[in-house]
Design a protein around this ligand. Structure first.
Ligand code: SF4
Ligand code: F3S
Ligand code: FES
Length: 252
């Protein structure tokens, strides 16, 4: 086998896409301490890789106790929402090169939900609010022999809110939700919207009454954090406004 020349080794090294990046991660382990603390890790990573790849490198090579959720790794399952450089994002959709890798990249759990360990929060209150708005089609019979037909215009009415992947980036970026965790939160309202404005559904009134609660839509202060945070680009605040309007006019 030919021995690589020094020139070749230097050229390959110069062409290497890898850079050294510091991940500053907020660690919490209730079995060790009741205080969270920041921990730095330095890794070599291609800037075209994602924050999730960086977390994998740390977990697989440096510290196997680092705890976070992820499943699909492609922006579909919604399990890896976290605060990256102070903003809610999906780790699997955030490229290193897009978040200034020259400074330490801070990674912490989403806010407003109890941290169980490191980047993992208790999602139960979030999913309870989701269940409470009845996120399923309700009809009173008249089962069609084939599919339930719907015009393209009627389908368009709720197209945006069908895109939700239940990542909680919106709800956990909402200052009203941070306040006491009692507010239904934008994600639950988005999923109520998806059925309230579906012409095939018959429980719109019921869902509106559920959201007419003291912890329902009226608590939204139109802060827009939720819209900014949504990795699916859903116009979350607009959907909430439409639900408020439907509550006033009873037209949907
Ligand atoms: Fe995530 Fe957007 Fe759904 Fe909120 S509305 S849970 S941010 S996908
Ligand atoms: Fe909160 Fe979004 Fe309303 S951030 S206050 S739910 S506009
Ligand atoms: Fe599934 Fe990121 S791992 S959305």
């Amino acid at each position: 086998m030919a021995t690589p020349t020094l020139d070749k080794v230097e050229a390959e090294s110069a062409a290497s896409p890898y850079i050294t990046v510091t991940f500053r991660i907020r660690r919490f382990n209730p079995e060790v301490s009741d205080q969270a603390e920041w921990q730095d890790f330095q890794i070599e990573i291609d800037p075209k890789e994602r924050v999730l790849d960086g977390l994998h490198k740390i977990k697989w090579n440096l510290d196997g106790t680092l705890t976070f959720r992820r499943s699909c790794a492609h922006g579909i399952c919604g399990s890896d929402a976290m605060r990256i450089n102070g903003k809610n994002r999906l780790a699997c959709k955030t490229l290193i090169k897009d978040i200034n890798p020259e400074k330490p990249i801070t990674v912490e759990a989403i806010k407003g939900l109890t941290v169980m360990k490191d980047l993992v929060v208790d999602m139960e209150p979030f999913f309870q609010a989701y269940r409470d708005v009845m996120p399923f089609l309700v009809t009173t019979g008249n089962e069609p022999t084939r599919e339930r037909l719907q015009s393209a215009e009627d389908r368009e009415r709720f197209d945006d809110t069908t895109k939700c992947i239940l990542c909680a980036a919106c709800t956990s970026s909402c200052p009203v939700f941070w306040n006491d965790g009692q507010y239904f939160g934008p994600a639950a309202i988005v999923n109520a919207h998806r059925f309230i404005f579906d012409s095939r559904d018959e429980a719109g009134e019921q869902r509106l009454e559920i959201l007419n609660d003291k912890d329902g839509v009226w608590r939204c202060r139109t802060t827009f954090n939720c819209t900014d945070a949504c990795p699916r680009g859903i116009e979350v605040t607009k959907a909430i406004q439409e639900v408020k309007r439907a509550l006033i006019t009873r037209r949907f």
